[in-house]
Design a protein around this ligand. Structure first.
Ligand code: C2E
Ligand code: MG
Ligand code: MG
Ligand code: MG
Length: 277
């Protein structure tokens, strides 16, 4: 009986593993055949200064509406795109759409806003990232200080010191850099300092518990204090409830991004809701 139990557990494991591999493989094929302009859309989520609710920027978040499969979440397809290299043409498309949108934002307002763009480690490693961004800037007439590049804490860690030079060049060209999902990885103070980061995006996992959990409170408070000491801005990700925002404000967090004040939406909606009419 013992063996058959183990066998069935092994079988179950194998079949879920096989399902995962098959799903990944079919996603890869769907991705390779995707018609970007028909199936992809950028959504934009507002970012606000907490003290006065002023709009400070927006994050570009990719959406994939597949004709047969329906909506596929970036949490699922971005990792596959990264593994297979399809992230390169996808990111090129994202850059164009994001820059195109900024050009429209600039027509609607003179407010100094920033567009957050997520960068995969693969993209940071490509030699022509800076050239590509600059070319898009020229083509769409968008100054680089409109762009905030988001790099996750974990991917930044995995890149070692080779990206030091890349970050330096990007910063010298006027781009700002935010560390995404900060506070769940193992990056050190000196590390953040070395890379000349502009802003820390406090991970949703921590923000989720900030209203009630002492541990999350201590960590977030420490992050904010450290950021202040180093002249970095902080933005809390995934703020859904007023009691979370109250605590974050009390702690001195500068900015917020979350369903409480705004979900990711298509640009037409964003314009109507957040830009002067
Ligand atoms: P991220 O960069 O950390 O983006 C924030 C995620 O949190 C987004 O999920 C956003 O919709 C979600 N979010 C924001 N506020 C709330 C909230 O109050 N509650 C909840 N439950 N969620 C909230 P999304 O759009 O599904 O994207 C997931 C991840 O996919 C992103 O995490 C990012 O790592 C990646 N991603 C999205 N677009 C791109 C892209 O264009 N390029 C790359 N490389 N990655 C992307
Ligand atoms: Mg992000
Ligand atoms: Mg994040
Ligand atoms: Mg994330």
């Amino acid at each position: 009986a013992k063996y058959s139990h183990q066998d069935s557990a092994a079988l179950r494991f194998n079949s879920t593993l096989r399902e995962k591999i098959e799903r990944k493989h079919s996603l890869e094929i769907l991705l390779r055949n995707a018609n970007y302009s028909k199936e992809f859309q950028l959504y934009f989520q507002p970012q606000f200064r907490i003290s006065d609710h002023a709009l400070v920027g927006m994050e570009a978040l990719l959406r994939w509406f597949h004709p047969g499969q329906g909506m596929i979440s970036p949490g699922e397809f971005i990792p596959v795109a990264e593994e297979t290299g399809v992230i390169l043409p996808i990111t090129d498309w994202v850059f164009d759409q994001a820059y195109f949108t900024i050009a429209q934002v600039r027509q609607a307002t003179s407010m100094p806003l920033q567009m957050g763009i997520n960068l995969s480690p693969k993209i940071i490693e490509t030699a022509d990232l800076l050239i590509s961004l600059k070319q898009k800037g020229v083509r769409h007439r968008v100054p680089s200080d409109w762009i905030d590049l988001e790099v996750t804490e974990n991917s930044a860690m995995s890149l070692h010191s080779t990206i030091e030079g890349t970050f330096d060049q990007l910063k010298q060209s006027g781009f700002t850099i935010s560390i995404d999902d900060f506070g769940t990885g193992y990056s050190s103070l000196s590390y953040i300092r070395r890379f000349g980061i502009d802003r820390l995006k406090i991970a949703k996992e921590l923000v989720d518990n900030v209203a009630h959990d002492r541990n999350s409170q201590l960590i977030i408070q420490a992050i904010i204090m450290m950021a202040k000491g180093m002249n970095l801005r902080t933005i809390a990700e995934g703020v859904e409830h007023q009691d979370q925002l109250d605590v974050l404000k009390e702690m001195g967090c500068d900015e917020m991004q979350g369903y409480l004040w705004g979900r990711p939406v298509p640009f037409e909606t964003f314009k109507q809701q957040y830009l002067p009419q």
